[in-house]
Design a protein around this ligand. Structure first.
Ligand code: UD1
Length: 351
């Protein structure tokens, strides 16, 4: 069996790290990895391949720094060429990025079966590029691997029970990764206080809206007066705060870091503040409260169970939620599977 795996953005490298390790256990599966090039900086890409022992991509398409249309269009064209040459049984795609959409669209037109990992998630915010990508990719896939019960319910509500698409609850491959890598974490090389908050910001809905971005940073600057905030800065956000002249002097800004350093920072922090999807779950895996700088989340079970509070980009709400510290601290609940997602996914594909 031949699988072509399409990767492009940082969270996909992390997810593929655990699934590729599982695939490698099977002699009968050949995995061909295509890296679209969407993320290309060494600390946004290479570091993950290196430290997570992901096989070197067989194809590197070098498509990046473009608008959505050009990026997705060029990926579609190049991925189609690869698929025509490789003739895989399956194309495997992860999550909700432009690389995910391009990979699945190319495969569907060639009638190649598509496995979508992290399927069924919805934010119900059609302004997010990720939401558009998710909906389209789910609909053209052959098998959908859902991380949560909510993801399954979303698909049922959209009529998937009547479609010829197999829906499987696999659990979350990021849970597998967290369990595998937790003892391998590496302390980053920066000033770290005994108590600190770990923060990330990169979503277009925040970075591309000046008012939201300014309010978020005003709140962070206020909170940083009493507690260190460590912010590994995504290149998108870095460029925009420089252009807008936003003051970040009070924060500990560091370059993007690898997964093992990220695991260290999560493990040792007091709290996470983020607009990332993956980090909201990682906060839970490592038993930390999370404040989410968005108006909605795909990971609603974290909010429903009180581990995560959605604060949007409202300065007062960010600060008051931080001050109140009202979070559920009983993490003894299975929301994302018990670290068996990758195994189940590969077994299903073989079946
Ligand atoms: C993308 C995904 C998002 C995911 C995120 C993870 C889409 C629509 N969005 O958003 O779902 O959560 O990745 O990080 O696919 N850049 C660099 N160096 C890099 C990577 C990017 O300088 O290594 C620059 C790009 O050239 C671009 C900007 O950062 O100017 C944004 O990159 P892009 O891939 O368009 O979107 P992300 O914000 O990373």
């Amino acid at each position: 069996m031949k699988i072509v795996t399409i990767l492009g953005a940082r969270p996909q490298f992390i997810k593929a790290g655990t699934v590729s390790r599982e695939i490698a256990k099977y002699d009968e599966i050949e995995e061909v990895i295509v890296h679209t090039g969407q993320h290309y900086d060494a600390n946004m890409s290479d570091v993950f391949f290196y430290e997570m022992h992901i096989p070197k991509p067989n194809y590197f398409l070098d498509i990046n720094g473009l608008g959505h249309g050009a990026m997705t269009g060029q990926m579609l064209e190049k991925i189609e060429e690869v698929l025509l040459k490789e003739k895989p049984d399956w194309v495997m795609v992860y999550g909700d990025t432009n690389s995910t959409l391009a990979g699945s669209l190319a495969a569907s037109k060639l009638h190649i079966k598509i496995a979508h990992i992290e399927a069924g998630l919805r934010s119900f915010n059609m302004k997010m590029p990720e939401e558009i990508n998710r909906i389209l990719v789910d609909r053209i896939s052959t098998i959908l691997f859902c991380p949560t019960d909510t993801a399954i319910e979303n698909l049922t509500n959209e009529g998937y029970d009547d479609l010829d698409i197999k829906v499987v609850k696999s659990g979350d491959v990021m849970q597998d990764g967290a369990m595998f890598y937790k003892d391998l974490s590496v302390k980053p090389n920066c000033e770290i206080a005994e108590n600190y908050i770990l923060c990330t910001i990169h979503r277009a809905e925040n970075t591309d809206d000046e008012q939201r971005l300014r309010e978020i940073f005003e709140a962070l600057n206020e909170i940083a007066k009493e507690k260190q905030i460590i912010l590994p800065l995504h290149p998108r956000t870095k460029k925009i705060i420089a252009d807008l002249g936003i003051d970040v002097a009070a924060l500990t800004i560091i370059e993007p870091i690898g997964y093992l350093e990220m695991v260290w920072l999560i493990t040792n922090c007091d709290m996470v503040m983020t607009d990332s999807g993956g980090l909201q779950k990682e906060a839970f895996f490592f038993e930390k409260p999370c404040i989410t700088l968005r108006d909605e989340t795909e990971w609603v079970e974290l909010v429903d169970n009180g581990f995560n509070v959605l604060v949007g980009a409202n300065k007062e709400k960010i600060i008051s939620t931080y001050m109140n510290q009202q979070f559920n601290s009983d993490f003894n609940i299975d929301l994302y599977g018990m670290g068996q997602a990758s195994k189940m996914i590969v077994e299903q594909l073989i079946k």
